[in-house]
Design a protein around this ligand. Structure first.
Ligand SMILES: [Zn+2]
Length: 432
């Protein structure tokens, strides 16, 4: 995804009030009722979008780190105050990446469709050798040189308009594995330097106040609520993954996720997984830490409820593992299955039929025969809240759970009583 669109996803709709002077905001909102867009082109890495308006004005939005730089060619534009074009561009982009937001603005539907269409395009190749005679090429080159000069001006320290002028953008909360440790944690950073809570020198007041009352990082809803409340959500929350790749995250405190265990029955194996809500898989890149679920794929942090149920997932896996060790490897059976498998699925790189448990990121894959012979012992105390905590799926699709309102028992008769170690049984049928 484009770094610019990525940045727009993390804005809250209320950020629009910092985009421009109030008079330009009002004019921009009013203009959104019509379609004033003529064209928009990306620069090569999609960090800048150059928008041409029907009145000929050219507006550039460029993301530089966490800062959004804006410039417009119209006569109204001034640094920090911006202009109505910047407001229209900001609002239309935010609405495009987060449909349904900014509901108070009456958008022209065709303008939204056009913006979507422009931003879906790939950056047009600009060949330096070509004479660039076509109008299209001239426009593109003008726009791209505008983006370049905007970036150079910024790097050169010139005063430019920034959408968040009041925010020192170099401060951020960075979450991930520690530099020198394997411990998942969070730190407040100024650029790449750790900010410590014991000194308030050079630290914005709101951040210093937060750090004074929350001296150490916690993966808890309480910590994130306090961080957002005390700093007004001004500082980005960043997930630092493998190879220091950084992703901006949004804390979604009102969308808690619920831990459950999924049993997904497939043709050859059962996937026993730690899953979410009604059996949705945990995204591959997600990290569970204490009371929170971090999902870089969707740029979200969720409170995680009912996490204790995953301890039972570990118990189930332990039971299967015990059997895995004692289960004799049946060569002939395995060979036969391998051939069988090839008939249906010769595209797979390695045969998925093995007699062993395959560990996955948040799950284990258990061969059907092994799963069936495990006969996992159901301790009723262990398996409380059956319906909410366990989801049964068939090839990834949830199937109806047990209905607790209609408990039934199956009656068995011992016609001759218990007289020997083994006694015959006779079925008497279901009893409600
Ligand atoms: Zn303008």
């Amino acid at each position: 995804m484009s770094p610019l669109l990525e940045r727009f996803r993390t804005y809250i709709p209320g950020d629009i009030h910092d985009v421009a002077a109030k008079v330009h905001l009002m004019a921009g909102f009013e203009s959104c009722k019509g379609n004033t867009l003529a064209d928009a082109v990306w620069n090569d890495d999609k960090s800048a979008l150059v928008i041409t308006f029907s009145d000929g004005s050219q507006t550039t939005l460029l993301v530089e780190g966490y800062r959004l730089l804006t410039k417009c060619s119209c006569r109204l534009w001034q640094p920090a105050r911006n202009c109505p074009h910047v407001v229209i561009a900001w609002a239309t982009l935010k609405r495009t990446v987060s449909p349904g937001t900014l509901a108070h603005i009456k958008f022209n539907q065709q303008m939204l469709l056009d913006m979507k269409c422009y931003t879906d395009r790939e950056p047009a190749p600009v060949s330096s050798a070509a004479d660039g005679d076509t109008a299209e090429q001239r426009k593109l080159k003008a726009g791209l040189s505008e983006a370049r000069s905007l970036r150079n001006a910024h790097l050169g320290g010139q005063k430019l308009s920034s959408v968040l002028p009041k925010v020192p953008p170099q401060f951020r909360l960075v979450i991930g594995m520690g530099h020198n440790s394997n411990r998942f944690s969070g730190r407040i950073l100024r650029d790449n330097e750790i900010v410590h809570g014991w000194t308030a020198i050079g630290i914005p007041t709101d951040l210093a106040r937060f750090m004074a009352s929350n001296s150490s990082y916690e993966s808890t809803p309480r910590y994130f609520k306090a961080f957002l409340k005390m700093t007004g959500g001004k500082y980005p929350i960043i997930f630092r993954g493998a190879e220091a790749h950084e992703t901006a995250l949004v804390y979604r405190g009102d969308e808690p996720r619920r831990a459950c265990i999924g049993f997904d029955i497939g043709r050859d194996e059962v996937i026993v997984s730690r899953s979410l809500d009604n059996g949705s898989p945990i995204p591959v890149g997600a990290v569970v830490h204490d009371g929170l679920l971090f999902v870089p794929e969707t740029g979200s942090i969720y409170p995680l409820e009912n996490r204790k149920v995953w301890r039972q997932w570990e118990l189930v896996v332990d039971e299967l593992d015990l059997l895995n060790i004692s289960h004799p490897y049946d060569e002939s059976c395995n060979e036969e299955k391998k051939d069988d498998d090839k008939l249906y699925d010769d595209s797979s790189q390695s045969p998925i039929i093995t007699q062993e448990i395959r560990p996955l990121r948040h799950a284990v894959a258990v061969p059907l025969s092994l799963f069936n012979s495990a006969g996992i012992r159901l301790n009723p105390e262990l398996f409380e809240n059956m319906e909410e905590n366990y989801t049964f799926l068939l090839n990834g699709v949830p199937v109806a759970g047990p209905r607790p309102e209609a408990p039934s028992a199956y009656l068995l008769e011992l016609p001759h009583g218990v007289t020997q170690p083994r006694a015959p049984l006779e079925s008497l049928g279901l009893c409600n």
